[in-house]
Design a protein around this ligand. Sequence first.
Ligand SMILES: Nc1ncnc2c1ncn2[C@@H]1O[C@H](COP(=O)(O)OP(=O)(O)OP(=O)(O)O)[C@@H](O)[C@H]1O
Ligand SMILES: [Mg+2]
Length: 619
Amino acid sequence: MLTPNNKFWLSDKRRQQIKLLRRLLNVMHVKPYQIVILILLSIAVATFDVLGIGLLVPLAQGITGTGFTAAQLPEPLSKTAGFFFRNTNIKISPALIFFILAGTIFLTNLLGIIVTFIYTYYGRYLQGKYQWHLHTFVYNRYFSFGKLFFDKTSHGTIKKVLEYTNSSVQLVRISQNNLASLTQLIGYLAVMTWLSWRLMIMVLLIFPLLYLTSRQIMKKVNTLWRQAKEVTMDLSRESFNILSSLPLVWSYSQEEQSKKHYAQMNEKFRKVQLKAEALGYFTILIPRLITVLTLFFVVAYIAFSIHRDNGLDLTRIIIFLYVASRTVPLFKVFNSIWVAISEMTPPLLEIIGTFNNKGKYIVREGSTIFTGLQNKIRISNLSFTYEGREPVLRHVSFNVPKGQLTALVGPSGSGKSTIINLLMRFYECPPRTIFFDNTDIRDLDFKSLRQHIAIVDQDPILLHDSLKNNLTYSQKEVSDQQLQHIISQVQLNELINRLEKGLDTVIGDRGVQLSGGEKQRVAIARALIKKAEIILLDEATSALDSATERYIQNTMNTVFRNKTLLLIAHRLSTIKNASQVIYLEHGEIKEHGTLTQLISLNGQFAKQWKTQMSASFKN
Ligand SMILES: Nc1ncnc2c1ncn2[C@@H]1O[C@H](COP(=O)(O)OP(=O)(O)OP(=O)(O)O)[C@@H](O)[C@H]1O
Ligand SMILES: [Mg+2]
């Protein structure tokens, strides 16, 4: 039985594409009424254009023939003129008719220009709006993706997709141009039929030929443009990747190889582009050829008519030719819309790729508001695996009691930072594995949870912004006095005094203008400013010299006293005050107890402790 859907004539793939297109239009806030207005405006543009040409006929006939007669005025004009001049003594003289005709042509063209302007302006206005919506939507989407997505996706790719959102709406501009061409084409065909239907039939036989020949070439050009686009994408990503890792390139003397590789890609792009351009030229050549062909047929027809003495109206024929020559290029519209679509398909697909949740590792947000820790954070039988890898955490269980220092130690790669990322809800954890008091972390609202936690990352994230903004990030209410106090607590005064612009110095992308230790101190200061009750420190002082580390450790001991602290450290001297130590190896808790208990256990931890202590004693 037939159902009123598209099942029978649309393939699954097409339907999927239509669904995606709808989604895209939705995101761009494309409203049907806007399209209707655009279509109406384009019809108005074409109407004025056609009217202008139509009125040329009586004017040309009057000039070339036996002068102007009232019969030459088209019906609405003669009626209007009759209405105005009926009760006056002015006779509608040939001169007046000429002025009425010429004036109307002038007015029609003037109105045409005004309507064209409105049409173009409205189209560009819509394009800007669509672009804004698309760009903002895609940009905002990234905020909802999990950290794992960013771990897997290069910055270059994200930058490229965001750039695409700005360029892909070119499609709107192209569609608008094509819409104008289409309505104009219909208008011209109507005018041509009116001028001479016999010639029109001839032309109608020629035009499909034009369409069919250029379509074949267009197909090839499309493929080439698509290739060129893909190569440009790779080119831009590659250049971004290389230029942002130049120190690596330099230190391995890979400049020549990198340049060569880039030049090869660039060369590939150049060749594809040249081919596409050259072939594209044929699409211009063919219409010209066809115009000449049309002209030839029309001239043959005229010669034939004169020969048969058919009473030919030459004026009409000349205007017909004029219109025909303007019509030929318009036929491109059928092809160019496909060119636009195929050119825009790869970028659009990349953009649409951000719309779904597949591969975005989105961490589900709960709705319970976290109002503060009452008792403890409880990690219970937590296992975690990065996709396609061995488990990095296996059945990990321990508590982080409120107001105490818990130390997490273990060899590199044992899974310590992974735990921190899970506690921050950067990665999704299995259900019922992490609890804040009795609430599963998965049920908590992000904002309220993260407001209560300050983190100093192993690799602190600093922004290309002033030192001050990096320190006070998002904490607007910090007074200058507080800021100064914290700066001296982390011993950053000396650095700031040395800088010409002091706190206003911009510290470069990811803080490249700071030393490793300075970066860490900025991150610690930022955590101190946040005044959170739970503190996660992941190798927070690892880049500091021992004197500075000791000083800052003392500061943190004072400031973070009574806070809930989870501290990861390789340098065991920093965990002396810990109320419990968890020793992790290959994602498993191997030893767990107080510092004294672990030392007396004489296991792996004690071994490391002894080595480090004797080394520092020797120093
Ligand atoms: N985004 C990721 N995708 C896949 N594997 C990861 C990812 N992040 C970490 N790993 C792997 O998980 C394991 C644990 O990493 P993690 O960063 O938790 O170790 P760690 O104990 O903090 O080590 P370190 O002391 O060197 O900082 C490592 O083997 C690492 O290669
Ligand atoms: Mg780590």
